[in-house]
Design a protein around this ligand. Sequence first.
Ligand SMILES: O=C(O)c1cc(=O)[nH]c(=O)n1[C@@H]1O[C@H](COP(=O)(O)O)[C@@H](O)[C@H]1O
Length: 272
Amino acid sequence: MDTRGPLCVGIDPHAALLGAWSLPDSVAGLERFALTVVEALADRIAVLKPQSSFFERFGSAGIAVLERTIAEARAAGALVILDAKRGDIGSTVEAYADAYLDPSSPLFADAVTVSPYLGFGALEPFLGAAERNGCGVFVLAFTSNPEGASVQRAVTPDGTAVGAAILAQAAERNGTAVPMGPVGAVIGATLTDPIPFDLASLNGALLAPGLGAQGATPQDLRAVFGDALANVVPSMSREVLRHGPDVPVLRRVARQAVKDCRIALGYAFPDH
Ligand SMILES: O=C(O)c1cc(=O)[nH]c(=O)n1[C@@H]1O[C@H](COP(=O)(O)O)[C@@H](O)[C@H]1O
């Protein structure tokens, strides 16, 4: 983000977007879509985030496209967050960690999104693998969707919101690691109620989805993240993707989004 600017673009090949790009809703269409985004953005945008579901829809052939998408994006210099939102009992999480955070895996990514709602402790194999392999995990804390609050803002017996308790455990795990620990969190940019946790104390990256199609704007980031702005990774998918399939247009739109986020987050360095 220091060199490319603060932006994550999601690779979300919705069936409707394939149609809008005049592509068939097929493996061939999926591949063309994902690789076009990679061609347009992977050499210039800091982070790309393929959403696993849209690849899984096509079974093993779709997973093969996901493997290629991740590998080509990483080869072009982007960091890749695989958005898979995985979580399970610890022994199963171990296999998920092998799938996404072991450098020898065909689905190896720089980071993965994980769900802590089987208990933060059950995520341990992800956290260990991230530490060993220089990767990250993004733990769902306060998500961008309105339904999330009924679980994430529910209060534990000691009066803490569930999402805040998750963040406290993530912060403890990150400790004083420099420049920050491997445990990031997902905090929706759409949120209007205050986050009941000091986000700067996480000492981890803060993935902020919800910009664009879900209604949030870069200008909203300051109100949501307060003094943790330096750790925010603003994320948008449809807001950029809907401008495809023309590569120069995708580049122009993403470049403008980087600029908007840079201003909103108070980045000091000049535009490039
Ligand atoms: O983990 C995520 O990335 C995520 C968490 C969250 O709280 N909200 C959220 O929208 N996302 C993902 O971010 C993307 C948002 O897409 P757009 O609404 O098109 O920008 C989707 O792939 C979602 O699955």
